[in-house]
Design a binder for this molecule. Structure first.
Ligand SMILES: Nc1ncnc2c1ncn2[C@@H]1O[C@H](COP(=O)(O)OP(=O)(O)O)[C@@H](O)[C@H]1O
Ligand SMILES: [Mg+2]
Length: 379
């Protein structure tokens, strides 16, 4: 989606990916190489005006080495290196005076046991690095479960109480190289098992809550000198707005912007990293609902016999299906949010069903989500 937005602006894109079958490599030229390797990134980036990112599996030292070798990274190595770590994110929130959920940091296994015991069970344990779509987030219900969990390797964790979340919101800010910003209308997000299933815009939030969320987005983007699209995920807990996490990239919670906003998040990200003027971000429809197409089986089926309907747009990513993997999304635009939620869900379900029908037999339809892979697009 980012490469296509760039092409629409006559911007040439080459993608660096470890996977020749990746979505981006299907629509633009690709260099297939290990993306975490400094020499590779330097070779790749030297020939380009700008290098930007669409996922968080980056290595801070590699980024710094590339920048030192003259590669223009947008956002910068320092900024991105900090924002891909959930512990560093919480430090940033604190220094910006932005409220976060209650949490304690654990740096090693023994600290994790101590901190979880103090927090009490059930508690939520989040890997500081490498998690997304709930994969780095586990609910630990008792000390035995913690013992099993704490045996694996770890890179540091946030430990939080299991919160009674009233509502989840998100807001995306795009910040240009000169510091100008645009903020997309606040959305309401609906997750199942830690994975975002639907995004509703405009979110059903009071104007003062929305204004507070927008204020937090400005504060965080400005404090880090961010360039590009930065997504801010928020919870409403006990009537209070807190920032749960940040995503330094184009984000699933703004995928509706292609169909529902004056300028998509993808176009604005390209504009931002190249130093071009940003586009306006207002809604061009009364309301929109985005529903993710989440695969339930393995397979690589093409789009089946789905009939297009007015106001509904399909976006499929050319990804091999694996249970729990986001392989596309559907956006329904109109006026009545209830109807749009139903319609986009129906179409997304039909896509999964049609994929399932043409699937080879013998697959486990109820399998656990596949583990993350390096360089996978996190949506
Ligand atoms: N402390 C918590 N209490 C209850 N639910 C939580 C808590 N933290 C996260 N969640 C749920 O898990 C989802 C994923 O957690 P998040 O921190 O956003 O990790 P990621 O998106 O990186 O997987 C959240 O959107 C929310 O629905
Ligand atoms: Mg999240």
């Amino acid at each position: 989606m980012l490469a296509r937005a760039a092409a629409d602006l006559d911007v040439d894109v080459t993608v660096l990916t470890h996977d020749v079958a990746s979505s981006a490599a299907q629509v633009c030229p690709a260099v297939v190489a290990p993306t975490l390797d400094a020499a590779t990134l330097i070779d790749f980036g030297r020939a380009l005006d700008v290098v930007t990112f669409e996922h968080e599996l980056v290595d801070r030292k590699t980024l710094l080495a590339a920048e030192a070798a003259g590669v223009s990274l947008q956002p910068s190595a320092e900024c991105l290196g900090r924002l891909v770590d959930k512990i560093a994110q919480r430090e940033l929130l604190r220094t910006c005076g932005v409220p976060a959920p209650p949490h304690v940091v654990a740096r090693d296994q023994s600290e994790l046991r101590r901190v979880a015991a103090t927090t009490g069970f059930p508690c939520v344990v989040k890997s500081s690095r490498g998690g997304y779509d709930g994969r780095g987030v586990v609910v630990i219900r008792d000390p035995d479960e913690l013992d099993r969990f704490a045996k694996g390797p770890g890179v540091g964790w946030l430990v939080e109480p299991l919160l009674d979340i009233e509502r989840e919101l998100a807001v995306q800010i795009v910040r240009g190289r000169g510091g100008s910003c645009q903020v997309y209308p606040v959305v309401e997000t609906h997750q199942v098992d830690g994975i975002c299933h639907q995004v509703v815009v405009p979110g059903d939030v009071d104007a003062d809550v929305a204004a507070t969320a927008v204020g937090y987005a400005h504060a965080l983007a400005n404090a880090t000198g961010y360039v590009g699209v930065l997504a801010v995920e928020l919870f409403v807990v006990g009537g209070e707005l807190v920032v749960n996490e940040l995503a330094p990239r184009v984000h699933n919670t703004a995928h509706h912007s292609i169909d529902a906003c004056t300028t998509s998040q993808f176009e604005n990200h390209v504009r931002a990293v190249l130093g071009l003027p940003l586009g306006p971000v207002d809604l061009i429809v009364d309301a929109a609902v985005m529903t993710n197409v989440i695969a339930t089986t393995d397979g690589t089926q093409a789009l089946a016999e789905l009939v297009p309907e007015p106001g509904v747009r399909l976006h499929l990513y050319g990804k091999a299906a694996r249970p729990g993997r986001k392989v596309g999304h559907v956006v329904a635009c109109g006026t009545d949010v209830g109807v749009l939620r139903h319609t986009s869900r129906r179409v997304a379900d039909a896509l999964v069903t049609s994929r399932r029908r043409s699937d080879p037999p013998g697959n486990n339809e109820h399998g656990a989500p596949a583990p993350p892979r390096e360089g996978e697009n996190h949506g």
